[in-house]
Ligand binder design. Structure first.
Ligand SMILES: [Zn+2]
Length: 261
């Protein structure tokens, strides 16, 4: 399953995720809402409330709003609580009305959580519910339908792949992450790493790479590195020019400056 990153602006770290975190498990929620994952994340990252969570999962996709190495405020157990300081918060969408969309969102969440357990080398005991930390009846619809049933869904996903020891699994996932990074296709300008935006755009304007347009970028990480290298070379000999990005700039700032949607 592809995980889409729509991370909160670092300018909001002090509000949404002020503490560095080494996660120890997953905390499961239901949104009590009927909005998509994309809308849940954009609402969460856009508002001025401290409430935050790492992931929202719906019937189609998983969207990340907070980096996993930072805390999020989702468990209702205060600034020093384990839930808010050590657990990755996962919201399952469409729980208010339930139905097909929720059923599929729960399935996707089970597969996603299983993939996280594998990535970290955790077993099922690392999956907690919001209720465990603050007593709130959350994830409400998942609890109504049976918590053990949901844990079994995750366990079934875990059982699908056998034949690897825990150490091999961790090693395999490290390699997979590297391969994924280098083979991932970046479709849109807004998906590019911040450091690549200005040099890539200058190179694009100067037609240093062809066959792409702002609406249809489709480059891999390797290609990005190559184009940025070429752009720097072109700047050195005075053919093109662009600024270097600054620490306090966000991707959104640079996209706006370049006039890219
Ligand atoms: Zn909750």
């Amino acid at each position: 399953m592809e995980i889409i990153k729509r991370l909160v602006s670092p300018k909001k770290y002090s509000l949404k995720c002020p503490f560095l975190m080494t996660p120890v498990g997953i905390c499961v929620h239901n949104t009590s809402n009927d909005a998509s994952a994309e809308n849940e994340i954009s609402y969460m990252t856009g508002n001025s409330l401290a409430t935050s969570f790492h992931y929202a999962v719906d019937d189609k996709e998983v969207i990340q709003g907070i980096p996993e190495n930072r805390n999020a405020f989702h468990a209702g157990d205060g600034s020093f609580g384990d839930g808010n300081r050590k657990y990755i918060g996962v919201e399952i969408c469409y729980s208010k009305s339930g139905g097909e969309k929720f059923i599929q969102a729960e399935k996707n969440a089970a597969a996603f959580i299983a993939s996280k357990l594998k990535e970290y080398g955790w077993d099922i005991s690392h999956v907690k519910k919001h209720q465990d930390f603050s007593g709130k009846y959350c994830p409400h619809r998942t609890l109504d339908m049976g918590w053990q049933r949901f844990l079994d869904m995750i366990q079934n996903e875990l059982n699908k792949e056998e034949g690897m020891t825990k150490e091999e699994r961790i090693e395999f996932n490290k390699l997979k992450k590297k391969v994924d990074k280098f083979t991932k296709v970046y479709k849109y300008w807004k998906d590019l790493p911040k450091w690549a935006l200005r040099p890539m755009y200058a190179a694009y304007k100067a037609k240093l790479f062809v066959g792409s347009s702002p609406s249809n970028l489709n480059v891999t990480y390797d290609m990005i590195r190559t184009v940025v290298y070429d752009a720097r070379l072109a700047r050195l000999i005075g053919v093109i020019n662009f600024k270097d990005d600054a620490e306090d700039e966000t991707k959104a700032d640079i996209l706006k400056e370049l006039g890219i949607e």
